[in-house]
Write a protein that binds this ligand. Sequence first.
Ligand code: GLA
Length: 370
Amino acid sequence: MDRWIAPGRVNIIGEHTDYNDGFVLPIALSLGVVCAAEPRADRRVRLTSVQRPGELIDCSLNALGAQRDQLPGWARYPLGVVHEFVRRGLPVGGVRLDLGGTVPIGAGLSSSAALCCAVALTLRDLFAPDLGKRALIDIARAAENHFAGVPTGVLDHSASILCTAGHALFLDVRAFNSANAGATEQIPFDLAANDLALLVADTGQPHDLSDGAYAERRAQCEAAAAALGLVSLRDADADDPARLTDEVLRRRATHVVTENARVLAVAQRLRAGADPRVAGPLLTASHDSLRDDFEVSTPALDLAVTAALEHGAHGARMIGGGFGGSVLALVDHAAVDRVRRAVLDRFAAEALAAPRVFPVEPAAGARRLT
Ligand code: GLA
């Protein structure tokens, strides 16, 4: 069988900005979801996953929508993509899909987007070769939003499909959604040349975007924009949040406005060829804002950030939606072991389960493997 891979992502900066028409700056990981696939002569989908040994899902292509509620949660992601092809009237036939891969689930590294993107790319190559990357992103996101029922923004799927090795992807979400030129830019992000490393600390406390808190943050951002008379918080100036009388909305808006400014500042410095260490304080400011104004951090995420910073990280912050998941730290290559040890020791001292701490590098986006 042929195989395709779609990577998970780490967002360097720009959290909870994507659904506010703002800016994000992700990299793709070398960790990804691998989809092995072959067409079938009938119109059935047969699905397995190495993470679900012994389970085989066998569905008629034409009955996916009707069967959605009977499907196990994990199968709604890949089958949502198949359903989206059918729903859009795209050519798609019976297919065997065997899923595997290396992105940890619930770590805030977009395993679910990687899964949807891997299946979308597979189906594109097998049945609908004319589909462009933009359509793949839309299909993967629609599957996750409507079939799996998880209200994500466009960050994760764009990162998985569009990122390239050695670069961070600057994405202007409003421009991207309007298909404007200049919406995406590959910004060179060379860690090794600067004796730098990016460490991820997965707290092991799974985040779950379907639990309502993420949707609540989105609704608060919309309410803040409406109260300011704006289409979205992308249009808010630095002094606009202070005009909000509701204190919670004011803090949510403050995060989005300051976070967008931080993304632009990091992108501008990297674009100009600056030492990436200059991004460090902006990463830490992003964490403070996510913790205090957006209120999506957790004590374990805060602990990992503090431990990394106290042991020489140039900057550190929680990544992804929050409420669990992972922390990212920008560290000198020579300090990787020290920072890793510090995070592990601090968790042990608090009697928390040992986090998984590992380096990541800007890797290639989704592609065919064989
Ligand atoms: C999750 C969502 C993304 C984005 C981030 C927060 O990962 O899937 O669309 O909103 O949270 O930046």
